[in-house]
Write a protein that binds this ligand. Sequence first.
Ligand code: THU
Length: 135
Amino acid sequence: MTQIDYNHLAQKAVESKKFAHPPYSNFHVGAALLTESGEIYSGCNVENSSFGLTICAERVAVFKAYSEGIRKFKAIAVASDDQNFCPPCGACRQVLMDLCGDIDFIMVDGKMQTKVFKLSELLPYAFGDENLKSK
Ligand code: THU
């Protein structure tokens, strides 16, 4: 099986970390979302003194893209301060599956190594708009 080269996207995720605003956790996260037409939308985590209002890097990236009318995506790469691969939180798994579909999710570690998952591996048996249709 050929694996798509996501090194460029991984590099963009690392670069996006520099804009992170994590004054409470001090944990910087960067995301880079690849659209079907080849554009990249970046994101970083933005924390809030009312902690629950914090937004993760992944959701910033996808909401930025949506806000500009983009609806079709290929992949998202995420890098963090953790030297190991950083898995996405449950909320981001749901939002990404709902708004981007079963795209590739690339985790980037501190050595710029990548691990590629399908979103459906990270969120099996997902809730989605199909479930609302029987209503
Ligand atoms: N965070 C992300 O931005 N993405 C992830 O995939 C994991 C967690 C952020 C949220 C919060 O600002 C900080 O990391 C610590 O949880």
